[in-house]
Design a protein around this ligand. Structure first.
Ligand code: TTP
Ligand code: CA
Ligand code: CA
Length: 651
């Protein structure tokens, strides 16, 4: 564990408190203290975001022992869902089919994802999976498993009492490093410990360090060129320490698990996430506070999270621009006038890189869904039952993988959707609480629901089946361990005999219903990662981004495609599509999320191309590359020492 990065600042004494003529820090002892409690409004806050490079591709490369420089893509049916960086050099991307990709690079290794085969007990890597779309269902378990090992490695690397780690998706993690950095600061600069006169509102002395060694980090240019000559303040030092911690975490992931990732380090989640995507693969980008505006100005605002969808479109129409710089001229009152108070303030802040969203360490899973679209359709209850076994196994393994049960959270309801022609039937029932929960139980409840559906007329052939669990509850049973959740068979049988069904329209739990109904403010637009992340892992692959995502559409997606929604009670906040249940709505928002991700990836590529072009042209003309259209990338740590500064290294 390297909780305390090496002491390697060369430093002179900090300015003594109250020394005349010495410049004081912009920050106070109170600000410093707020770091130790992860206060989200703390101006010295430091957040890291890690995103694995071409994640599924790396998992397959490590599993198969394929050298790093060999082009590889992960295949799902005829499409690609992950492409490694050597393969990207051939112009191969997620938009390609396997055939197109092989044309671009005949040596491409294309590994199909693992699949569950109808009737099998366990998923496996089947060499003939691509030809068996009718009988196989994609399993993302191998990637979930690795995701979990990565999480464990990250947590091991950070001091247990000072860490706050949020798994944001299968290959992304946010770290609130504030408390750890606070501890390092106090250790290294003991003069920061006690405010003079015991007054926390006193400003801190300036840091003793005058130049910071950012090592291999990509530094984003400061807003004002002159600012580079200013002495760093404590926010810069805090980011430097955080950056060293993040570098160590990445090194641990690489040495223990052989995976590379990219990272962003900044004052909040919004910026650190943009930072990790900025330079890939295997790079980390630091966005100093004085660089935020310059960094953001290079983006179209629609590339900022939560601004890619309907809200972004509304803003674009209202102000007739897509550029962050243009919108900086818009006052908060103007935003409020056009978009309402909450949304107006939120946009105004977001454009300025202000985000006080918490890094939340608890598991945020709200629902899980396992689904399969049948081509050709299936025609018997036996066939459907075989799929229910797979769904139950799939969901149960995810409950275990995501440590849901360890967090003493468990789902309260199960839903089964069945689609025949354009008609969708749904049944749901509660999952008994306070009793054990296992795969068999999940299967038995699902079977009960299926029996209810097939007791109706005309349910065959079936083109889509999906099973979901939702209504995750926190701490339902005090200190019960995982064993205490195992459900006894007779409990399941009792449930089977007397199911509490709800016909067609599934009533959402009260809290959820309220959220949907009240969604008039900014919540309307914010696709909460916490909910989308779950579903994103759930249906096979991610639909909605071109070739390869046609299997296992979520029920919501299938409805959208058919253009004939059934009974409607839930409206998508981003596109107004109408869903028949909260679960369907969740999986639909998931689809938006997947699209956003795909878009993000295109943007990254565009930036990379633009930067490469700009760099090439500036090399040719001997000019600075900062004037390119994308966000400015300064790049490397400035070589040599700035005026009047002594070079201090760290780590
Ligand atoms: P991303 O992080 O978006 O992409 P990536 O890790 O493959 O590549 P990058 O280096 O640019 O971060 O997605 C993580 C994994 O999620 C990806 O490896 C495969 C899966 N995924 C899909 O299956 N379909 C999709 O449309 C997207 C965007 C991701
Ligand atoms: Ca990634
Ligand atoms: Ca990602």
């Amino acid at each position: 564990m390297s909780s305390s990065p090496q002491r390697s600042f060369q430093h002179r004494d900090s300015s003594p408190a109250g020394a005349p003529g010495r410049k004081r820090s912009r920050f106070t002892y109170r600000h410093l203290n707020q770091m130790s409690t992860f206060t989200t409004s703390c101006p010295l806050r430091v957040i890291g975001h890690l995103d694995l490079d071409c994640f599924y591709a790396q998992v397959e490369m490590v599993r198969l022992g394929i050298p790093e420089d060999k082009p590889l893509a992960v295949q799902q049916w005829q499409g690609l869902i992950a492409v490694n960086y050597p393969a990207r050099e051939f112009g191969i991307g997620r938009h390609c089919t396997v055939t197109e990709a092989k044309k671009l690079c005949p040596d491409l290794i294309h590994q199909h994802v693992a699949t569950w085969r109808e009737g099998d007990e366990k998923w496996a890597y089947h060499p003939d999976a691509a030809e068996n779309i009718a009988t196989d269902k994609v399993s993302l378990d191998p990637y979930r498993l690795e995701s979990r090992r990565i999480m464990a490695t990250i947590k091991e690397q950070l001091p247990p009492k000072l860490q706050k780690v949020e798994k944001a998706s299968i290959d992304e993690v946010f770290l609130d490093l504030s408390a750890q950095v606070h501890a390092v600061l106090l250790d290294r600069f003991p003069e920061l410990a006690n405010p003079p006169y015991n007054d926390a509102s006193e400003q801190l002395p300036m840091p003793s360090t005058t130049a910071l060694d950012w090592q291999a980090d990509a530094l984003v240019d400061l807003d004002d060129e002159q600012a580079e000559f200013e002495d760093p303040d404590w926010d810069d030092v805090a980011l430097l320490i955080a950056s060293k911690i993040v570098r160590d975490v990445r090194a641990a992931i690489k040495s223990k698990l052989k995976y590379t990732c990219s990272a962003g380090v900044a004052r909040n989640k919004l910026l650190s996430k943009l930072g990790s995507a900025y330079k890939k693969p295997n790079m980390q980008t630091v966005i100093r506070n004085r660089a935020v505006q310059c960094f953001l100005s290079g983006f179209k605002f629609t590339k900022i999270r939560n601004l890619g969808g309907k809200l972004g479109e509304q803003v674009r129409q209202a102000f007739d621009t897509e550029s962050v710089s243009d919108l900086l001229a818009v006052s908060v009152e103007q935003f409020k006038g056009k978009l309402g108070d909450d949304t107006g303030v939120w946009i105004y802040n977001t454009l300025r890189g202000i985000d006080t969203t918490e890094v939340s360490s608890g598991t945020q899973i709200k629902s899980m869904l396992s689904a399969k679209s049948f081509r050709p359709s299936i025609g018997t209850i036996e066939q459907a039952t075989r799929w229910l076994r797979i769904f139950a196994a799939d969901i149960f393994s995810r409950l275990v993988e995501e440590s849901v049960l360890e967090h003493k959270r468990r789902p309260r309801t199960m839903n089964l959707h069945h689609r025949h022609g354009n008609q969708t039937r749904s049944r749901s029932c509660p999952i008994p609480q306070g009793r054990p929960l296992d795969e068999k139980t999940l299967f038995e409840i699902a079977q009960t629901l299926l029996n209810q559906i097939v007791s109706e007329k005309e349910v065959w052939p079936c083109v889509n089946l999906s099973l979901s669990v939702a209504g995750f509850e926190e701490g339902v049973s005090g200190n019960m361990g995982i064993d205490a959740f195992l459900l006894k068979g007779d409990e399941a049988r009792a449930l089977k005999e007397e199911p509490k069904e709800s016909k067609n329209v599934t009533q959402p739990p009260t809290a959820k219903r309220r959220r949907v109904e009240n969604a008039g403010g900014i919540e309307r637009f914010l696709t909460k990662r916490e909910t989308t992340m779950v579903n994103r892992d759930t249906s096979d692959g991610i639909s909605g981004s071109g070739a390869g995502f046609t299997d296992d559409l979520s029920p919501a997606q299938a409805l959208i495609n058919s253009g004939k929604p059934p009974i409607i009670s839930h409206v998508c906040p981003r596109c107004d599509a109408k869903m028949e249940s909260p679960e369907a709505l969740l999986s639909h928002t998931d689809w938006h999320f997947a699209k956003d991700l795909a878009e993000e990836e295109r943007v990254n590529q565009a930036f990379a191309n633009r930067q490469a072009a700009a760099a090439a042209s500036s090399r040719a003309s001997g000019q600075k590359s900062g004037a390119s259209a994308g966000p400015k990338r300064s790049a490397r740590p400035k070589k040599g020492t700035e005026r009047g500064q002594s070079k201090l290294s760290f780590g």
